[in-house]
Design a protein around this ligand. Structure first.
Ligand code: GRF
Length: 229
């Protein structure tokens, strides 16, 4: 297994793998950005826990290796995770990107790769970890919603935030309208974040984000927020 001294560092093209369970729009955005040289990374493989994941089809269409591991074929979460991360380690990625991977990861596989696993979550963490984030933001009367890219730690949607994007919630928004408007901003956020990993050493220690050894607040991107708070 590669150790964490092989963390992303300045000025190189990163090798990354993507974990996805769903339609794969984030994966498609990453592939498009890599194609035009905006990502600073190449995608070695896509892993999924669902045979019908759109992400798997997108990988196939674009010539990226896609692997499906069936959770039902394993005797519990630890066995699944050990196999999944055993296969990931063989590819020696600098970065492991969870983009709509709908499984909680075991604490030991996360701890062993603590500086190299990131996740995109559709809320302004620490608000709304878990599911139904768009509806929860609307129900709370929030004026602003968004998405976060964060380090994965052994707790759900809880690791240090690296970057966020914010959009206004508009009168009459329902969860579908809000998630549709957020999605392009999510894609831009994830691409921008990975590009930063290719230029900087980005780590977390004691719950804090560090960029090139300096403690730094999360980056924030704003889309259409004039006048909103
Ligand atoms: C995105 O909203 C992401 O933030 C969340 O799951 C969704 C995945 O969408 N974690 P896609 O499969 O990338 O289209």
């Amino acid at each position: 297994m590669p150790d964490d001294s092989a963390s992303p560092s300045t000025g190189k093209s990163l090798r990354m793998v993507v974990l996805a369970s769903g339609r794969g729009s984030n994966l498609a955005a990453l592939i498009a950005a890599a194609k035009v040289g905006d990502l600073g990374a190449t995608i070695s493989a896509v892993f999924t826990d669902r045979a019908d994941a759109g992400a798997l089809a997108i990988a196939a269409e674009t010539g990226i290796e896609g692997r499906w591991l069936n959770p039902k074929a394993f005797d519990g979460r630890p066995a699944f995770d050990q196999t999944l991360f055993g296969q990931i380690d063989e590819l020696a990625p600098d970065l492991i990107v969870c983009a709509g991977f709908m499984r909680i990861l075991s604490a030991d596989v996360v701890a062993a790769r603590s500086q190299r696993i990131i996740n995109i979550h559709p809320s302004l963490l620490p608000k709304y970890p878990g599911l139904h984030t768009h509806q929860r933001a609307i129900d709370a009367g929030d004026p602003v919603h968004g998405a976060s890219v964060h380090f994965v730690i052994p707790a759900l949607d809880a690791g240090p935030v690296i970057a966020q994007t914010r959009i206004p919630i508009q009168p009459g928004d329902d969860a579908h309208a809000l998630s549709s408007r957020l999605l392009p901003a999510e894609h831009a956020l994830l691409v921008a974040c990975i590009a930063k990993f290719s230029r900087h050493r980005i780590e977390h220690h004691d719950g804090q984000l560090r960029v090139d050894d300096l403690v730094q607040p999360a980056w924030c991107y704003e889309h259409g927020l004039a006048g909103a708070q």
